[in-house]
Structure formats: structure tokens, C-alpha cells
Design a protein around this ligand. Sequence first.
Ligand code: 5GP
Length: 203
Amino acid sequence: MTKRGVLIVVSGPSGVGKDSVLRMYMPGKTCVKLSISSTTRIPRQGEVDGEHYNFVSREVFEGMIARHEMLEYAEYAGNYYGTPKKWVEDTLASGKHVILEVELIGALKIRALTPEAVFVFLMPPSLKALEDRLIGRGTETIASIDKRMKAARNEILHAGAYDYIVVNHTLQESCEMLDVIINAAALRTSHQKDIIGEVINHA
Ligand code: 5GP
């Protein structure tokens, strides 16, 4: 029987570098898949539909909610974001680990639904570093930066609800920490219950 993959939820304030860490982490990781969320947000320059997000209208998104196609969804800075339920379920069942990049509300919903998932909070070294990064990225308006900094404070205050905190000093270091966490999660006894019977019964 194929061993189910581990669900890994990565959160952290907008601008902390979740995307950059995950995009550095993923290449070559054949056992790990990154979920593509749907969002009603307008694509930023360079973002590709179907690669960074599935960019959809509010009408389409609300249709997906009504058909229960979302594992979770939340509104963040005025836009909907949601995780595709069937894809995540099928991928875990195929034995691959799945990474979800979601904000706090979505992470808390997933924690209630799937307590065996592993929750990682990517922390900025400081709020100043986060604000500098959001400004430097040049993709947000002043109002959007303001909204995101307010949300960031709240998210950081809830970091204690996660299993792991990784301070994003460098992308390389954060990727290494993420790899350690995923490998350790896959080795948890709760994830390997079948091995005991298998070894005993195939003496
Ligand atoms: P951004 O607009 O910067 O791409 O994303 C804003 C926030 O939405 C980020 O914190 C990101 O992690 C979160 N996010 C992205 N996809 C999802 C999703 O499917 N569900 C939830 N709840 N949040 C998401």
C-alpha cells in the first residue's frame, strides 16, 4: 500500500519571502508537490496563471466555494485565496508530500481539519526588514503595504500556534530548515504505523 504523503502548511507575513523560499526549495524535490491556490487578486507583473496561482473572478471563486471544491479559503487584503481540495487529497494519497502556502486563517482551518499536518511559520528577522522588503518589491501600493503590515503583526502574534518557526535570514538557510522539518515529519511514528506490522509479519 502506498504510504500517504505529509501535508505541510507554510505561513508567514506577506513579503517575508515564502514564495522565494519555496521556489528555491522545490526544484528536484520529486517527493514534494506545491499546491497552486486560486485567488481573485490581480496578477502581479511576472506572475503566470496556473503557475503562481489560478487567477479567477469573484464569481468563479464563489462557485467553487458553493461546490465545496476548497479545502479551505480565506479573504486576505480584500481578495479571496483558496486551496483545491481534490488535488491535495489525490496527491497525498499518491504518497507525495504536499506544501500549502496559506495565511493564518486558512492554516487554522487546516489545523482543525487535519491535525496531523505540519505547520511552519516563516518569520521575518524584524518588522522593519519586512516593511523594507514589501516597499523594495515595488508590487504594492502604499495602502496595500499598510494593510499587509497590519496583517503581519497579527500573523506574527499567532506564530505560537505553529509547530515550527523558521526565521528567514537567508533563503538557503530557510530551505535547509524546511527540508529538515519535512524529512522529520515523514519519519514520525504516527506517520509510519504500518511499518511495525510489516516488519513483524514478514520475518
Ligand atoms: P499574496 O497576495 O502576497 O500572493 O498572498 C497573500 C496571502 O495569501 C499570503 O499570506 C499567502 O500565503 C496567502 N495565500 C495564498 N494562497 C492561499 C490559499 O490558498 N489559502 C489561504 N488561506 N491563503 C493563501
